[in-house]
Design a protein around this ligand. Structure first.
Ligand code: 13P
Ligand code: SF4
Length: 334
C-alpha cells in the first residue's frame, strides 16, 4: 500500500534535520511538498535494503535528503564497486546506472526514468568504435564513462573527467583514440602531450557556454573566480581559473573559499555546493541538463515501490564492458 503523502506534524519533525541541510536553497513554503516524499523514500530504503547513489547534478532535495552517497562519475563508479545493499537506485543518468550494473550484475539496479540519457553517450555506437580502431590500428581506445555498455565493450579502458589525464598517461603510448567528448579529448591532449584521436561528441549542456559570456561576468563581478568543467569548449576552459570534474570543482570551492565564484556547469552544482559554503557568493549562469532533471523524488519513490525500471545488460556485452570499467578503477585515481 502506498504511504500517505500528507505533510503532518510527525513528518515535519521527522524531516526537520534534513530541511536544516537545504534551507539556504529550498524556500520554507516548498518543504511541505518535498518532506512527505522524502520521508517515504527513506523509510522504503530501509525496508528494502536499498541505497540511493546521486550525481552532483541532482536537485538539492534529492542530493541532500534521500541520497546515501553523492559524487562525480568516478566516485559513483567506485562506490558502485563496493555496495552492500540489495537494491541500488541511481539518481543520475542511464550510463551511470549501467556502470553500476556492470559492477553489480547480481543486484537490482534501478533508474527512476529510463529516458535519462546523455548527448555524449548518444553520439557514438559500438560500430563507430570498431571503425575507428580499423582506421587507427594499434591505438588503444579510451572511452569516457559517458558511453553505453555497447561502446564500453569495444573499449580498452574507461575514464571520467576526474581521472582522464591519469588514465591516458597510465597507458604509456604516444597515440590514443579518445571518445566521445571532443573537448575533453583536446583538454587531455594539452595536459599530457599524447596525440589524441577524438570523436566529435559534445555535451549539450556544457557546449552552450561561451568565453565572451565568462569575460562579461568577470567585468560585472569584481574578484570573480571562474571554474569550469572540461566538457566546455576550449576557449571557455582558457578563460577559466580552474578546470575540473564536478568533484574537482566542489573541492576547489571548499579549499579556496573564493569571495565570488562562477561554476561553469550544470545548475544544481551551485545549489548543492553553496549549502556547505555560506561565505562564498555564487554567480549563477547555468544550463540545465534535461536528462539529470528527469529524476525526481516522485519517480525515485515509484521506482522503490515497484522495483522498476531496472537496468539490464546483455551478458555477452556486459562481460567485455566490465573489463574496461574495472581497468579504470584499478589504474585511474591511485
Ligand atoms: P563528472 O564526472 O565530472 O561528475 O561529470 C559527469 C557529467 O555528466 C558531466 O556533465
Ligand atoms: Fe551528459 Fe552533459 Fe547531461 Fe552530463 S551534463 S549527463 S555529459 S548531457
Amino acid at each position: 500500500m502506498s504511504p500517505s503523502l500528507a505533510y503532518t506534524p510527525e513528518i515535519a519533525a521527522q524531516t526537520a534535520h534534513l530541511y536544516a541541510k537545504v534551507e539556504r536553497v529550498i524556500p520554507e513554503i516548498e518543504w511541505p511538498v518535498f518532506a512527505p516524499q522524502i520521508a517515504a523514500i527513506n523509510a522504503l530504503k530501509k525496508e528494502r535494503n536499498a541505497i540511493v547513489l546521486a550525481h552532483n547534478y541532482q536537485t538539492p532535495e534529492i542530493y541532500h535528503c534521500v541520497s546515501d552517497f553523492v559524487g562525480d562519475s568516478l566516485a559513483l563508479a567506485r562506490k558502485g564497486a563496493d555496495v552492500d545493499a540489495d537494491i541500488i537506485v541511481m539518481a543520475g543518468v542511464h550510463f551511470m546506472a549501467e556502470t553500476t550494473k556492470l559492477l553489480n550484475p547480481e543486484k537490482i539496479v534501478l533508474i527512476p526514468d529510463l529516458g535519462a540519457g546523455c548527448s555524449l553517450a548518444a553520439s557514438i555506437t559500438g560500430a563507430d568504435v570498431r571503425a575507428m580502431r580499423k582506421k587507427h590500428p594499434g591505438a588503444p581506445v579510451v572511452s569516457y564513462v559517458n558511453t553505453t555498455a555497447e561502446v564500453k565493450a569495444e573499449t580498452d579502458i574507461c575514464c571520467t573527467s576526474g581521472n582522464a589525464v591519469e588514465v591516458v598517461e597510465s597507458l604509456g603510448v604516444d597515440k590514443v583514440i579518445f571518445l566521445p567528448d571532443e573537448y575533453l579529448a583536446m583538454h587531455v591532449a594539452k595536459q599530457t602531450g599524447v596525440e589524441i584521436i577524438p570523436w566529435k561528441g559534445h555535451c549539450e549542456v556544457h557546449e552552450r557556454f561561451t568565453a565572451s559570456e565568462i569575460n562579461a561576468y568577470r567585468k560585472d563581478f569584481e574578484g570573480l573566480q571562474v571554474i569550469a568543467h572540461p566538457e566546455c569548449p576550449p576557449d571557455v576552459l582558457e578563460a577559466a581559473d580552474f578546470v575540473g570534474s564536478t568533484k574537482g570543482m566542489q573541492d576547489y570551492v571548499t579549499r579556496e573559499q573564493p569571495k565570488r565564484v562562477l561554476m561553469v556547469t550544470e545548475c544544481s552544482m551551485s545549489d548543492n555546493v553553496s549549502t556547505a559554503n555560506p561565505g562564498v557568493e555564487f554567480i549563477r549562469p547555468c544550463n540545465l541538463c534535461p536528462h539529470m532533471k528527469r529524476i525526481t523524488l516522485d519517480n525515485i519513490l515509484t521506482s522503490l515501490q515497484t522495483l522498476q525500471p531496472r537496468v539490464e545488460i546483455d551478458p555477452a556485452i556486459a562481460a567485455r564492458a566490465r573489463r574496461s570499467v574495472e581497468r579504470m578503477i584499478e589504474i585511474g585515481g591511485k
